[in-house]
Design a protein around this ligand. Structure first.
Ligand SMILES: [Zn+2]
Length: 304
């Protein structure tokens, strides 16, 4: 078992640089991926979660060797984001150098639903932030378990909390584009779609010094135009394969159970740290992350 774990760690290095394959059939029906969650289930779920989520119970599951950390492993330079050093400062740059995005080939513009992984690798994605109520707690949890995740940020939230954007990036996580206002892209003109994506990419670029290389449509509601525009702006489209519908606040136990039931090697898990009260999601992370780690799973942020 121990040797198997070491093997998996080595392979994660490979996984960090691997290419991703889109797997059809997981159509996003997330609906209100954020804003309009029903408040009904909130009290019961949140109230019953606290005691079981004590960090102490999770501590033994943290890999003991620092080298086991998924943070440095998945920090390998990504082939897509490594645009030639064209780091000319943007017109409104606030200090950070800004790299120009490089368009993505049309063949790579279709949404990616799972990682192409045979090993027990999971990509954790966290949407709709940053949100000062929850993002710092999530970051602390990810650090505790040495997990590297991908944050799909909403531009208007990022504009209000630039410190959180920089904090997410400084901790080694991927920062990705989730539109400026979280609209249903299927209802927008091409010009408005481009504005939603481009404005957000520009902001994240200026905040972190590099353009985001992944985009996720709100609710997973892609359109032909949005796929193409994202590719034109240098972003691949990332969907998900495990959706606990945490945005609807079904209760921490339900969120946890859905994830543990559906996760398999290569899964892309969808969680939220913004768009409303996400205390159930935070509590669920405390429960399911150590379980997955104990089950031999490793976390990665897909390379750009
Ligand atoms: Zn969203």
């Amino acid at each position: 078992m121990l040797s198997d774990r070491h093997t998996s760690r080595r392979l994660l290095l490979v996984a960090a640089g691997m290419s991703l394959l889109g797997v059809a059939g997981c159509q996003g029906s997330q609906g209100a991926d954020g804003g309009s969650a029903t408040p009904g289930a909130e009290a019961a779920g949140a109230a019953s979660d606290g005691p079981a989520a004590a960090p102490a119970s999770a501590a033994p599951s943290v890999p003991s060797a620092p080298s086991a950390s998924s943070v440095p492993q998945s920090a390998a330079p990504s082939p897509v984001s490594s645009a030639p050093a064209s780091s000319a400062p943007g017109p409104a740059a606030s200090g950070s150098p800004v790299a120009a995005p490089r368009p993505v080939a049309a063949a790579e513009s279709k949404p990616v639903y799972e990682l192409d992984a045979e090993r027990r690798v999971v990509a954790l994605t966290i949407d709709d932030g940053p949100d000062p109520r929850h993002t710092p707690t999530v970051l602390a949890l990810l650090e505790q378990y040495r997990i590297r995740a991908t944050f799909f940020l909403i531009g208007e939230n990022a504009a209000v909390h630039p410190d959180l954007v920089r904090e997410i990036a400084a901790r080694g996580h991927h920062i990705a584009n989730h539109t400026w206002t979280h609209p249903d892209l299927r209802n927008l003109s091409d010009a408005r779609i481009r504005d939603e994506l481009e404005r957000t990419s520009d902001l994240l670029n200026k905040a972190t010094g590099k353009p985001p290389t992944w985009f996720r449509a709100p609710g997973g509601d892609w359109s032909t135009a949005s796929l193409k525009i994202a590719a034109d702006l240098g972003m691949r489209n990332m969907a998900w394969s495990v959706d606990p519908r945490d945005w609807a606040r079904p209760g921490t136990a339900v969120i946890t159970d859905r994830i543990l039931k559906d996760v398999r090697p290569g899964a892309i898990v969808l969680n939220h740290d913004g768009g409303g009260d996400r205390s159930q999601t935070v509590a669920a992370l405390k429960k399911y992350l150590p379980v997955l780690i104990d089950s031999g799973y490793y976390f990665t942020a897909p390379p750009g």
